[in-house]
Design a protein around this ligand. Structure first.
Ligand SMILES: Cc1cc2nc3c(=O)[nH]c(=O)nc-3n(C[C@H](O)[C@H](O)[C@H](O)COP(=O)(O)OP(=O)(O)OC[C@H]3O[C@@H](n4cnc5c(N)ncnc54)[C@H](O)[C@@H]3O)c2cc1C
Length: 427
């Protein structure tokens, strides 16, 4: 693999770029890393990215940085050297370089605000030799021995980049809401209004969703004057992200993951990741008697004299209708957002590799050890879909060092016929 193109300059891109540079610095082979970013390095952690106002704090420890867990298994006999080289990109190195390390320790190692985390990511970006291209990836097509990626820049001009492998990152768009109604806000609109202190005054607010996106929105809403704030999620209760050693270790070190059965894996993810709030957000909400949880799945929204009537479906009881004067759709990203980028030939290849029409379950089951879709000749890395098959830490910040090891690992099977040959797509 000579060139890997990463869609989006978030933590995953920076982890791969930093590891690639660290490998080359100690004389080991590593591919060229091209990163295409539509907004800014670390953009989704900035107010302008549409997922946060930048002021809220990271849920996980910042020491889970681009090199964590500093336990490379990439090259026998050289792994400690790789770990040492990666320490140049660590959160601690960032603080030391900026002269704030002692202060951070003395203040009790506080979780950084999202915009500070973005600054850390930008610092990592500047220290690497990754090629950063400003623009949006708007198309991905199958090429003879890789992918042809179309990039559209801010002025509307487009160019094509030929690469051996592609890695997709990020949650997709944040500007979609369940329905078009002035009192129903997408998460992007919510942060835009909150940032400009223009959130409409409301007495009964609702946040739909039970994950990090909803957690940050709630953390913000409770700072405003509301009579009640309801959190709507299908779960029986609001769970807290598991933070015990046993739970954390499954995230940091996914080697144990392969010993668990499918149901056990789903159970761990359900209890510790999807639809859960960080401990810090949960503590804020517990102490606020305006916050309630409503169990159910929102199936309909209707206008009721300028307010919003939500229908909540729940298997065990009849549908319920609740009315609010502000609703935030914080259901989070769309896991399959990147499929819109694929042209017909690339979609065919992917379908052939996963064995049928593209569904979340099929793709998740097809993610191999290297976090790429198995059965494709040209690598398509989908770490955001790797939780079930490879470990719950890969979609988030829990083991970015392990993620980069796996993505950059030389592939002995590279020349085996894959879906491309089987589809007769060799051009
Ligand atoms: C509010 C919030 C708080 C969170 N807190 C935590 C936490 O504390 N700990 C944790 O582990 N996880 C947290 N998460 C989950 C978090 O999203 C991931 O852990 C992490 O950011 C994912 O990194 P990434 O590199 O995949 O993507 P992102 O950081 O999301 O980066 C994706 C990048 O892709 C760019 N992009 C999008 N589309 C295109 C395109 N077509 N072309 C080019 N560029 C594009 C975006 O501008 C963005 O910069 C949080 C999520 C949210 C929404």
């Amino acid at each position: 693999m000579d060139t890997v193109l990463v869609v989006g300059a978030g933590p995953k891109a920076l982890a791969v770029a930093a590891k690639s540079q660290a490998l080359r610095a100690i004389g080991l082979p590593a591919p060229r890393v091209i990163v295409v970013e539509s907004h800014a390095v670390g953009g989704n952690w900035l107010p302008s990215g549409g997922w946060t106002d930048g002021q809220h704090r990271l849920g996980t420890s910042p020491e889970k940085d681009v090199g964590f867990p500093y336990h490379s298994t990439w090259a026998r006999g050289r792994n400690r050297e790789i770990d040492a080289a990666m320490r140049d990109f660590s959160w601690n190195a960032f603080l030391i370089e900026h002269g704030t390390y002692a202060e951070w320790i003395d203040r009790g190692r506080p979780a950084p605000q999202h915009h500070v985390w973005a600054r850390y990511l930008q610092w990592v970006g500047r220290k690497t030799d990754m090629e950063l291209i400003a623009g949006s990836v708007t198309g991905i097509a199958a090429a003879a021995d890789g992918w042809l990626v179309t990039v559209t820049d801010a002025g509307g001009g487009s160019s094509e980049i030929d690469c051996d492998a592609v890695m997709i990152t990020g949650p997709g768009r944040s500007d979609r809401a369940f329905t078009t109604h002035p009192k129903v806000l997408s998460i992007q609109r919510f942060w835009d209004l909150a940032g400009r202190r223009l959130l409409p005054p409301s007495s009964r607010a609702a946040v739909i969703g039970g994950g990090e996106t909803a957690g940050s929105a709630l953390d913000e809403l409770v700072r405003h004057e509301m009579l009640t704030v309801s959190v709507i999620s299908p779960n029986a209760t609001l769970y807290t992200r598991g933070e015990s050693f046993f739970e954390n270790s499954l995230y940091s070190d996914p080697t144990k993951w392969s010993t668990l059965g499918a149901e056990e894996r789903r159970d761990v993810i359900r209890r510790t990741d999807r639809g859960v709030f960080s401990v810090r957000v949960q503590e804020t909400l517990l102490g606020d008697n305006r916050v309630h949880h409503l169990q159910g799945r929102v199936t309909a929204m209707a206008d009721q004299d300028g307010r919003v009537a939500l229908t909540l479906a729940n298997e065990r009881r009849a549908d319920q209708v609740h009315t609010f004067d502000l609703v935030v759709d914080a259901t989070g990203g769309q896991p399959l957002w990147f499929l819109d980028l694929f042209d017909a030939s690339a979609t065919d290849l992917l379908e052939l590799a996963v064995g049928g029409p593209l569904t979340q379950a099929r793709i998740e089951n097809a993610i191999g050890y290297d976090l790429a879709v198995s059965g494709l000749d040209a690598k398509l890395y989908l770490p955001n879909m790797a939780a079930l098959a490879q470990g719950p830490g890969f979609p988030n910040l829990s083991c970015l060092g392990e993620l980069s090891d796996r993505v950059l690992r030389p592939d002995p099977a590279r020349r085996r016929p894959g879906a491309r040959e089987r589809a007769g797509l060799n051009r």
